[in-house]
Design a binder for this molecule. Structure first.
Ligand code: AHR
Length: 317
């Protein structure tokens, strides 16, 4: 074979090899209920692109049945792996069994399921109980023995963060007789419902005069509630303390304005560790730990909220 022909053939073979190596991953995302969720989607797409992974994205619009249909479609397409951010914790056994039978590894992102862990490769996420605990401990320290009536905005009913963040917060205040949750309702992790439910809390609690603090399971609900508190003529951050979870740019903006007091960070980069685990698995079958934990850090006004806002504002939130 002539040298020119040989080089061309080798180059083509290399390209074909590279194409054959490109992996396809299906991503069943919950929806776009919060700024944090938007950032997780953006970062997952970026991570996939950087690694040459063909990402098939499906937005479930908060519905478990849409997620189950998306997973079945990914299985039918023969993807190399599935990322699943499960909207609720229960009801996944059958579809996870189907993925397992098709030998497609599933990685859970940010939320948990109550299925046996042999049905998925690994779960990437934070310690959700710990997040609630950190929020509760912050409040107990902040009120320093003063009586404090708390209203709670829960996340999506049946989701693991709603269940676990409630448990963690309750654990933290269990010994503090002065701190009590007086009202608790779901705001579905959305800003609009956070505002709506906070309005009803304010009405029921003497126009807000009887509320000492709001604990919101995410920042978006807290931002909606802050709006409701302002419209009721009170000062969020002063008249009513605000503690929430996620560390999205908008909560730092509120903190910089003195309208929010504490947030616990949840990193939106769940895909990085997920793809690392998958790379190792694809390479030689390496099995990751069943839980890959991301960090949870508490931020308060002492942590340069304006600087945090500036750093995060263009990251896809
Ligand atoms: O599962 C993580 C939670 O989901 C985030 O805290 C919340 O903002 C999102 O909707």
């Amino acid at each position: 074979m002539k040298l020119k022909t040989l080089l061309a053939t080798t180059a083509a073979a290399t390209l074909m090899g590279a194409a054959a190596m490109a992996q396809t991953v299906g991503f069943s995302q919950i929806g776009s209920e919060s700024g944090w969720r938007a950032a997780e989607t953006t970062l997952t797409r970026q991570q996939a692109e950087e690694r040459g992974i063909d990402l098939k994205f499906s937005d479930a619009q908060q519905k478990q049945e849409n997620q189950i249909a998306a997973i079945r479609s990914f299985i039918a397409q023969g993807v190399d792996a599935i990322l699943l951010a499960p909207v609720v914790a229960t009801g996944w056994d059958s579809v996870l069994e189907e993925a397992k039978e098709a030998e497609i590894p599933v990685v859970l992102l940010d939320r948990r399921v109550d299925s046996s862990d042999h049905l998925y490769l690994t779960a990437v996420g934070s310690d959700l109980v710990h997040e609630g605990q950190v929020a509760g401990e912050w409040l107990v320290n902040e009120v320093n023995g003063e009586d404090c009536r708390v209203v709670e905005l829960q996340g999506t009913t049946g989701s693991s963060p709603a269940i676990d963040r409630k448990t963690g917060f309750e654990n933290a205040i269990a010994e503090a007789d002065n701190v009590e949750i007086v009202r608790s309702q779901t705001g579905d992790f959305t800003r609009s419902m956070g505002k709506e439910v906070m309005e009803s809390f304010l009405q029921a609690e003497n126009g807000g005069a009887d509320i000492c603090a709001l604990y919101a399971h995410n920042d978006d609900m807290a931002v909606g509630a802050i709006q409701a508190i302002k419209e009721a003529g009170l000062a969020p951050g002063e008249d009513i303390l605000i503690v929430s979870i996620d560390a999205v740019p908008d909560i730092f903006q509120a903190m910089a304005a003195g309208e929010a007091n504490a947030t616990v960070e949840l990193t939106p980069n769940m895909a990085g560790p997920a793809f690392d685990a998958l790379d190792a698995y694809w390479a030689d079958g390496t099995m990751p730990e069943k839980f890959i934990q991301t960090e949870s850090k508490l931020y308060t006004p002492a942590d340069d909220p304006q600087g945090e806002y500036d750093t995060r504002k263009d990251l896809g939130y």
